[in-house]
Design a protein around this ligand. Structure first.
Ligand SMILES: NC(=O)c1ccc[n+]([C@@H]2O[C@H](COP(=O)([O-])OP(=O)(O)OC[C@H]3O[C@@H](n4cnc5c(N)ncnc54)[C@H](OP(=O)(O)O)[C@@H]3O)[C@@H](O)[C@H]2O)c1
Length: 265
């Protein structure tokens, strides 16, 4: 899939890791279909990439947390006559808190965005890749997928679903020449986090958070090579091991003391 002239669809492409992945794919000669919710930043991202690289860049502003979002997006692709060779399922959101406090609308949107829409995009666009006997699919999970995490139950569980789905899909599609890669970044300095809760800029300066550009470069290399899994950064890889090995009582102890998750009186 290093073929320049192929077309990559990137969801969540107007910022953060998605924008960095899109830039890198364009730099390697892949045409782009950028999809995000907000029209203006998306149009800016498309214009920036089109000015920097001699590739076709199209933008589709769409709410991927809406019911039927996958079918609606594929209908737009068909109406524009676009064939997708590389599917990057990256769009995501994040919130902290106990699951029982979650706003149902917000929780539903997260599940739709992290679980239903990417799965169905894999189904609808993966079927076409299977028919063509070529293609690449990327699912953006997270290191939070490695164990249950109190405080981010909706987020981590949906990312665990993506990790599992990617592995099964990879096995199914490998025999047709279609590669599936799971990306599991650790904390990355992007707009994913509420700046009032997470001091992203300071965390980046201290090296606690990775740079989205570094994550994206590791990911695009893994995607084009057809790797099963990409966990960018040594520290992040060490953290996945620590997450798996940490006994549940330690997690429960931390949960009782975590300042951001105080038990209610
Ligand atoms: N940053 C981290 O520490 C980290 C760690 C592990 C995994 N990840 C994952 O990496 C992916 C990218 O996140 P990021 O860190 O780059 O954050 P980000 O900069 O906030 O990017 C998220 C992207 O998702 C899009 N999006 C959100 N809701 C959407 C909706 N309803 N419909 C369409 N697009 C929507 C956003 O577009 P709009 O702005 O237009 O809504 C934005 O382009 C996510 O899946 C996230 O879970 C991030």
């Amino acid at each position: 899939m290093n073929v320049p002239g192929s077309t990559a669809l990137v969801t969540g492409a107007c910022s953060g890791i998605g924008l960095a992945i899109a830039r890198r794919l364009a730099a390697r000669g892949h045409g782009l279909v950028l999809v995000s919710n907000r029209e203006e930043p998306l149009a800016r991202a498309a214009a920036e990439i089109a000015a920097a690289h001699p590739v076709q860049v199209q933008a589709i502003a769409q709410d991927l947390a809406a019911p039927d979002a996958a079918e609606a997006l594929v209908a737009v692709l068909d109406a524009r006559g676009l064939e997708i060779d590389i599917l990057v399922n990256n769009a995501g959101v994040f919130f902290f808190g106990e699951a029982v406090d979650a706003d149902p609308a917000r929780a539903r949107a997260m599940l739709q965005l992290h679980v239903t829409t990417p799965s169905l995009l894999c189904t609808l666009l993966g079927a076409r890749m299977r028919a063509r006997r070529r293609g690449r699919i990327l699912l953006v999970s997270s290191i939070s997928a490695w164990r249950p995490f109190p405080g981010i139950s909706y987020y981590a569980s949906s990312k665990a679903y993506l990790r599992s789905f990617a592995a099964a899909l990879r096995s199914e599609l490998a025999v047709y020449g279609v590669g599936v890669t799971c990306l599991a970044p650790g904390a990355t300095a992007t707009g994913l986090y509420d700046p009032d809760v997470v001091p992203v800029a300071r965390a980046r300066r201290l090296g606690v958070m990775m740079d989205a550009e570094v994550v994206a470069e590791a990911e695009v290399q893994a995607l084009l090579r057809g790797d099963a899994l990409c966990v960018p950064g040594l520290v992040t890889r060490a953290m996945t091991t620590a997450a798996v090995l940490t006994p549940q009582p330690v997690i429960d102890w931390l949960r009782r003391r975590a300042p951001w998750l105080r038990p209610r009186s």
